[in-house]
Every structure is written in C-alpha cells, then in structure tokens.
Design a protein around this ligand. Structure first.
Ligand SMILES: Nc1ncnc2c1ncn2[C@@H]1O[C@H](COP(=O)(O)OP(=O)(O)OP(=O)(O)O)[C@@H](O)[C@H]1O
Length: 475
C-alpha cells in the first residue's frame, strides 16, 4: 500500500522543512512548493491526501489555492497555516472551504492531530471510526427540495473542521443535523457531545465545560473531565448557545480559539481537539445587537451558517416522516398505519413544535389507536390551532406575559399593598411551577406545545419540570 501524499506550500524555508520532517516522520510522502505556481503544477500531476498551505505566498494568497481546490472536482482537504493571533485569517479560510488551520508558531502535536484527521477523510471506510459513506442511510428523513439541499450541505460540511451555527425553530431537527454532520465526518469514531447551554446553572458552567482538579473547591472530591475533554477528537454541540451567560462566553471563546482548556484548579492548559457546532432557535445576530451575545464569539461560531427549515415549510415530507416515525414507534413486526383523512388533517396543522411535535402527536395517537391504525380522532390536535394553510412563524402564540401570570399565582393578594415573600427563591419557584402547570394543562400535557406557549425550548421545559418535580398525571 502506498503512503498518503501531502503537498506543502510555503516560501519560508525553515517552516517548510519543519513541516516536511514532521510529515515524513508520520510515514507520509511529501512534495513541497514555494509558490502558487509550483503548487498548481504539482496538483496537475498528482493526487494528494492533504494540502497544507501558508496564507502569504510570493505570487498570491493561499486562499486562492483553497478556492481552486474547492472548485475542482477533487475533494482534497486543504489546510492553511495562519499567522499567530490572526483569528480572522483562519475564519476567512474556513469560510472559503479550508478543511482546517494551524497557527504559527506551529505546535507539532496540533499539526499531527490535524493531519491524521484530514487523512481519515480520504481513507477507505472499512474500519469502524470512519465516516459514513456519502449517501448512506441516515436518520434524517425527508425528500423535499429543502431537505435534499440540507443533505448535500451536510455532506460537504462534514469534510471540514469549520465551526457551524445551526439555526431553526425548536424541534425542527437541529441536533439531528449536528449528529449527521458528525457521523459523516472523520470524527465519526469519536464522541458527539450535545450540551444544552440553557440548562446548566451558571455557577456550575465552568466546571461542566472545562472540568476540575481534585480539591479545586469544596466538594471536588475527585478530578473530573468537562465537556471539552469528553468530546476530545469528536464534536461538541453547544445547543441553545444564546443562553450562555456573558462571563462564560469569554471563557468559551478562549478555549475555542486556543484549542486548549484549563481545568478549575489546574496550573496548565491541556490541548483539546474538538469540532464545535452551535445551535439556537433565537436570532443570534440580534442578541449581538442587544448586547446579550459577544460579537467576537458570534463571529467565531458563525463561520458557516446552516438553517433547518420549519416543518410547515416542507409539508411534502409529512408522508415519509410519518411512515418512518410510525415504523420506529410501533417497533419491529408491529403494524402501524394511518386511517382515512389523517394525513390530510395533519397537513392543515402548522406544527409550531415542528418534527418533535409530530413525533409526540403520533406517539400519543398510536397509544389510542385500535390495531395500530390511527384515526383522525386519535390525533388529539384539539388544544392546538388547526391552520387553514401554513402559518407564518410570527403567528405562533406569544409567551404569557409575566405580570399577569405572577398575579394569578401570587399568594400575596392581587392589588393589595403586597407583603414581601419570606423567601424569594421559594416564591419564584412556586410561580414557575404554577405557570408551567397551567401551560401543561392547557395543552393536555403536550410538552412541545407547552414549551411553545411559554416561549422556551422543549429541553428547557423538560429541565424545569425535572427540577420542580412536575410529573404528568397517570391515566
Ligand atoms: N428530518 C427528520 N427526520 C427524522 N426525525 C427527525 C427529523 N427532524 C427531527 N427529527 C426528530 O425530531 C425530534 C427533535 O429533533 P431535534 O432534537 O434534533 O430538534 P432541535 O431543533 O435540536 O430541537 P431544540 O431546539 O428543542 O433543541 C428528535 O426526536 C429528532 O430525532
């Protein structure tokens, strides 16, 4: 078997030699070019497993090579070497289609990790840990034009390290898309860790993300890894990223930029090799404008934006989604089907909770159905609005205005010169419980719809329900 071949493009003799020696020691064949012209000549003659190029070259920019390789039908990964502290160059290169970047001065361990990851992309996918083959089975159901375009974007993005920001309404499939990107990437054999940033108490955030050393604080009985370590070699998904407190945003930015983390109580930083995918159902650019989200972190996370359309904009997929979900929900060998008019009725609904809501509706309906055949009456879409036609996003119910809800739940006596609560946390907890229970009762304990009514994500609602020990009534 021949060794993979790497093309190094750099006019600085010292750095070029260092790269060559490192790559040859990794068992790779190396060609070196000093200019874009030489690089083009090599590329015309050979196929490479990886191209590693400096940004500034005597006859142009490494970026041109990134674009040319991207436009060719060869899918060779190309990585750029960027000047120290030049985060902007790295982002520009990633946006242009670079697989990854290494900063100067080049840390050889980082370089090796990056090279191995790139070479896994071109390796035959026979052994476990290799990416799923393009077009192979996926959990992401849908054949509509938007879903097909989403699939091809996933395929393309899986071949790079660029941070991706996934936007889309709650329940539209953002996490599933992130999992799909991971499964099709060279990181497939390593962990995928999804973190709901909105569900972690602020005081615990640093410990959860970065881990801690034994004795770092009272209660730190043992050393613990954080999410970054847990995802090492793989992908870390920052879900509901808009909910990160500002202080944590600074720390995350540093970790992402430096690719290093320091456990609480540790004196040194450790390298981590993690691809970051973020997701939110909020408008992050607007959060930047209102000062809720740091511009620099936004810029760093939003290198590539991927938008998952709401279900009501791809109702053509309803049939295949229902079939796929029913087969999974019913279990192997068990029949499950739709009675007359059921699909048509579902089509008239706007699905504010998107695919998750569809899943919940079907799960519930299947429980009521006779012999696995779901009838219109089993759908229990009563509590929800049945739309005449696809409803625009703004038509979704607005969250309940807090002052009214507070008054309804307040043990203080409406309008009375209010007595102060003896414990603010207990009081707020009581109000929160009351409001969540009202939303759940109104939606017949459909958590997806209740979350929409309250303007929070499904996961936030589930977290609050667990915290407040709110359970669905039996029977
Ligand atoms: N295209 C799809 N095909 C099959 N299942 C899907 C699809 N899209 C979403 N789902 C399913 O719908 C549910 C919700 O998806 P997911 O958790 O990915 O949504 P989300 O946008 O991340 O939600 P949230 O904003 O609440 O975090 C999951 O059970 C997922 O498997």
């Amino acid at each position: 078997m021949t060794s993979p071949r790497v093309l190094v493009v750099d006019d600085e003799a010292d750095l070029r030699e260092l790269l060559e020696i490192t790559l040859v020691r990794m068992g790779l064949d190396v060609d070196s070019a000093e200019t874009l012209r030489e690089a083009r000549a090599f590329l015309a003659q050979n196929d490479y497993g990886l191209i590693l190029t400096d940004m500034r070259l005597p006859d142009g920019l490494g970026l041109e090579l990134v674009q040319e390789v991207g436009a060719s039908n060869k899918s060779t990964p190309i990585a750029v070497v960027t000047a120290y502290g030049s985060a902007e160059n790295a982002v520009v290169a990633l946006k242009a289609g670079a697989f990854d970047y290494v900063s100067k001065p080049v840390v050889l361990d980082d370089l090796r990790v990056m090279v191995q990851s790139a070479l896994r992309l071109s390796a035959p996918s026979a052994h476990s840990g290799s990416p799923a083959a393009p077009g192979s089975a996926s959990r992401l159901i849908g054949e509509s034009a938007v879903m097909q375009s989403l699939r091809s974007q996933i395929e393309r993005l899986a071949r790079s390290m660029a941070p991706i920001a996934i936007t889309g309404e709650s329940g539209s499939g953002k996490e599933l898309v992130a999992r799909e990107i991971h499964a099709r990437s060279s990181r497939a054999g390593k962990p995928f860790i999804a973190v709901n940033c909105g569900a972690i108490p602020e005081a615990l955030m640093e410990a959860e993300f970065f881990g801690y050393r034994k004795g770092a604080f009272t209660g730190a009985a043992d050393e613990r890894d954080g999410f970054f370590h847990a995802a090492n070699g793989g992908t870390l998904m920052l879900d509901e990223v808009a909910d990160l407190p500002l202080a944590m945003q600074v720390k995350l930015l540093r970790a992402i930029q430096e690719r290093r983390v320091r456990k609480i109580g540790a004196t040194s930083e450790e390298p981590v090799d993690v691809r970051i995918i973020s997701a939110t159902h909020q408008n992050l650019a607007q959060c930047v404008e209102t000062g809720k989200f740091r511009q620099d972190l936004f810029y760093r996370l939003n290198v590539i934006e991927l938008s998952v359309p709401p279900l009501r904009e791809r109702l053509d997929d309803l049939g295949v989604l229902v079939n796929g979900m029913l087969a999974r929900l019913a279990g192997p060998g068990k029949p499950a089907a739709l009675g007359p008019q059921v699909l048509e009725t579902l089509r008239t609904y706007s699905f504010p909770g998107n695919v998750r809501e569809l899943e919940n509706v079907l799960e519930r309906a299947l429980a009521f159905a006779n012999d696995g055949v779901i009838e219109v009456g089993d759908l229990s879409l009563k509590g929800a609005r049945v739309a005449e036609k696809a409803a625009p996003a703004e038509a979704m119910p607005a969250p309940a205005p807090p002052p009214v809800a507070l008054a309804a739940a307040a043990p203080l006596g409406a309008g009375a010169p209010a007595e102060l609560p003896s414990s603010l946390p207990d009081y707020l907890e009581q109000v929160e419980r009351e409001i969540i229970l009202r939303a759940l009762t109104q939606t017949q304990f459909n958590r997806t719809q209740a979350a929409v009514l309250l303007g929070i994500s499904f996961r936030q609602l589930r977290y609050q329900m667990q915290k407040l020990d709110i359970q669905e009534p039996e029977g």
